[in-house]
Design a protein around this ligand. Structure first.
Ligand SMILES: Nc1nc2c(c(=O)[nH]1)N[C@H]1C(S)=C(S)[C@@H](COP(=O)(O)O)O[C@H]1N2
Ligand SMILES: [Mo]
Length: 249
């Protein structure tokens, strides 16, 4: 009986020892080449359509599972990259250090009195404040009304920045680099609303939208708001948000 047990034990020991010794190097050998193959596939993925044929060829062994896993990871990485790019296009958070300085509204160029205005300074300009519902039309035909409160840009340039007589145009640039140019005539003129033809609107720099001030956490709290030149005028793209600087040229 003892003999039988010893034999059984020995046989079991040999079998388990052998299989363990066989498996570990084999696993390593499989893993490394698979990773190299996957790296190649990742590189190719950027220029080619998905690798469906490869997956089908190896559908039944361990390699296919590895390949599948890696493909999932690759897709996640690509999705993240796309999101990051979209984020940069719209709103990028400012660091605390930048926020103090960069949220001032700057007016520079051909002016006797170049300005760097805080929100409180702008709000104190009672003589040039304007508020109304502005109608917007954008490229895709979307329309809407938005209530804005701000200062009249022409008056800000003329009576506060003391614009020089040789000035002929301005450019308004946002913190994200988005920029719009206007002739002085375009800054000075009155705009309309195709749905309220009797109303006249000055071009304004607003700090309040639908009764709410812009949060300074989201950048400089200023938006350029412009009505329509005529019916059908697509005015929404001119609404430069997070204005950084107005340059008089
Ligand atoms: N700073 C900044 N302002 C901007 C833009 C931009 O990319 N950056 N896009 C403009 C365009 S093309 C449009 S249609 C409107 C869109 O405004 P919304 O995001 O409030 O709809 O913002 C305008 N103002
Ligand atoms: Mo737009």
């Amino acid at each position: 009986m003892k003999k039988l047990l010893i034999i059984l034990f020995t046989v079991f020991f040999i079998l388990s020892g052998c299989s363990a010794a066989d498996q570990s190097p084999a696993t390593n050998e499989i893993n490394e080449p698979v990773n190299e193959v996957n790296n190649n596939e990742i590189n190719e993925d950027k220029t080619k359509e998905p690798e469906a044929p490869k997956l089908q060829d190896t559908a039944d062994d361990d390699k296919s599972e590895e390949t599948l896993d890696s493909r999932e990871i690759t897709e996640e990485v690509q999705t993240d990259a796309e999101n990051t790019i979209e984020g940069e296009d719209s709103e990028e958070p400012l660091t605390v250090d930048q926020a103090d300085d960069e949220n001032a509204l700057k007016i520079q160029g051909l002016a006797e009195n170049e300005l760097s205005l805080s929100l409180d300074e702008l709000k104190a300009m009672n003589d040039i404040i304007f508020e109304a519902d502005f109608y917007s039309l954008n490229n895709f035909g979307t329309t809407g009304y938005t209530h804005f409160k701000g200062v009249k840009l022409w008056d800000l340039l003329e009576s506060k920045a003391l614009m020089k007589p040789e000035a002929s145009k301005i450019s308004i640039t946002a913190q994200d680099g988005y920029s719009m140019d206007f002739t002085l005539e375009q800054v000075k003129m009155e705009y309309m609303d195709e749905t309220n033809p009797d109303n006249k609107y000055p071009m304004i720099i607003a700090w309040e939208e639908n009764g709410q001030e812009y949060s300074t956490d989201e950048g400089a709290p200023y938006k350029l708001v412009v009505g329509q030149k005529e019916a059908g005028d697509i005015n929404k793209p001119q609404w430069v948000s997070n204005i950084d600087i107005v340059v008089i040229e």
